[in-house]
Design a protein around this ligand. Structure first.
Ligand code: DLL
Length: 431
């Protein structure tokens, strides 16, 4: 279902609108945020010269470090009295990134989330159980507001508390469920333990995001829960969930709501813009944010863009599923490999459960990689044969031979009930 006419706006009109909104955003950032005034001056950009989206490439980048340096509110562009809500996202190191919303920003967020849910196939009157965490994390409240805005019913279970989650899913007969991909797997196992067949639940759609996942992982989720899994993307620095989503009609890339967020893909090394279809780092510019306008944010997320017509009729550009981040690149003895490439091989293999972990160590100046995978419960248990199959596939597809590859029994790899999953453990900096 298309929620708003703007989703089908002609590409030319969309570009005109983006140009006007970009000019406004740059002017507001320049006038209200000393950080941006300095950065724009240094880049030699006069806000009065910004009039079309083509000018975006002249703007300076904003990075995660800038958020940390300006902690907590140095990037805010409005007075405290206009801020209605704060969220924060914590990384693995340093201070969290604190983000702010005016009443207008909250309205935009509600709307893009309502659009996203409608694109995923949720309809007014449906019931959506929201298992994203509430609190400073943007997932819980972002989904919550969007469900209500769409005219559907939200069941705000939040993260974890799986026994209650299952009880509510059964008794309230929710049509859709919202959670991270790792929680889908967790939930599927708890359902099985209780002898509940997911096919007997009324949930038909799960909107999964907040973590990278590959196609084999999505297939594992869809089959374990007997649902369609729709990929939803977003980040706190830009708004939260609702930057982009797959449409249920095509499920071929995620439509970026580009009347509010302008996407580019750049070479992660040089920062040079890449062409449509080329894979690189996603860079986003907010076009309507009031409390926290952000120019050319280096998301670190790897994707590519396509403007090809989509079956669903939406004209908004699509980004590819994000399976990894620039900082997930594991360089092990000169071989560059992303965790997602390993995931694709191991999760796709027969006899393996969709759970794994990667440990990187350094011994006597040499990097060592250990991969641990889990035997699927219904596998007959020839671990040696399984290990050899995986080694052959890793070698064939990635030229990678892990120093250690172990197969463990069902349930032995730690699960994630709350928050974002961690699968890569780099111990090289521990010493
Ligand atoms: O994770 C917002 C969100 C909540 C998105 C719920 C979707 C659903 P942050 O905590 O700021 O915000 O983390 C943002 O998570 O830069 C990506 O690296 C990753 N990420 C988010 N969605 C996806 C996705 C939320 N669909 C960071 N696929 C982003 C892959 C994703 N990675």
């Amino acid at each position: 279902m298309v929620y708003h006419d703007i989703e089908g706006m002609s590409v030319d009109d969309l570009r005109d609108l983006q140009g006007d909104r970009l000019a406004d955003t740059v002017r507001r950032a320049y006038e209200n945020v000393p950080f941006y005034r300095d950065a724009l001056d240094e880049a030699g950009v006069d806000p009065d010269d910004v009039s079309s989206v083509d000018d975006v490439e002249r703007l300076p980048f904003t990075t995660k470090e800038d958020f940390r340096d300006e902690y907590p509110d140095g990037l805010f562009a409005v007075d405290d009295g206009e801020v209605r809500r704060i969220h924060a996202s914590s990384g693995t190191t340093g201070k969290p990134k604190v983000v702010a919303y005016t009443e207008g920003d909250l309205e935009v967020w509600r709307e893009v989330m309502a659009r996203s849910l409608a694109a995923a196939g949720v309809e007014p009157g449906d019931t959506v159980q929201n298992a994203y965490g509430y609190g400073l994390f943007t997932g819980g409240l972002g989904f919550h507001d969007g469900v209500e805005e769409l005219g559907a019913t939200v069941v705000p279970t939040g993260g974890g508390n799986t026994a209650q989650q299952i009880e509510m899913l059964r008794d309230l007969e929710s049509d859709a469920f919202a959670c991270t991909p790792s929680y889908c797997l967790y939930l599927a196992e708890r359902l099985e333990e209780r002898g509940i067949d997911p096919a007997d639940l009324s949930v038909s759609t799960v909107t999964i995001g907040a973590e990278p996942f590959t196609d084999p992982m999505r297939e594992a989720i869809e089959s374990a829960l007997d649902v369609t899994a729709i990929d939803v993307y977003g980040l706190s620095e830009i708004i939260g969930p609702g930057v982009s989503i797959e449409c249920e009609e095509a499920q071929e890339g995620l439509h970026v709501w580009e009347d509010h967020f302008y996407p580019e893909v750049v070479d992660p090394e040089t920062g040079e813009p890449l062409d449509e279809g080329e894979e690189g780092e996603l860079v986003l510019t907010t076009l309507t944010k009031e409390a926290l306008p952000v120019l050319r944010y280096r998301t670190g997320d790897i994707t590519s863009l396509t403007r090809e017509e989509c079956d669903c009729g939406r004209t908004h550009v699509r980004m590819d599923n994000v399976t990894g981040r620039t900082d997930d690149l594991l360089i092990v003895r000169g071989v560059n490999v992303y965790a997602s490439q390993i995931e694709e091989v191991v999760v796709d293999a027969d006899g393996v459960a969709p759970h794994y972990r990667i440990d990187i160590d350094r011994e006597e100046e040499l990097d060592r990689m250990a991969i641990t995978v889990e035997r699927a419960p219904d596998d007959d248990g020839d671990d040696a044969a399984l290990e050899q199959r995986l080694r052959d596939r890793l070698d064939e597809t990635l030229a990678l031979s892990p120093d250690d590859l172990s197969v463990v029994g069902p349930g032995e790899i730690e699960r994630t009930e709350v928050g974002k999953v961690q699968r890569v453990y780099d111990h090289r900096d521990d010493a």
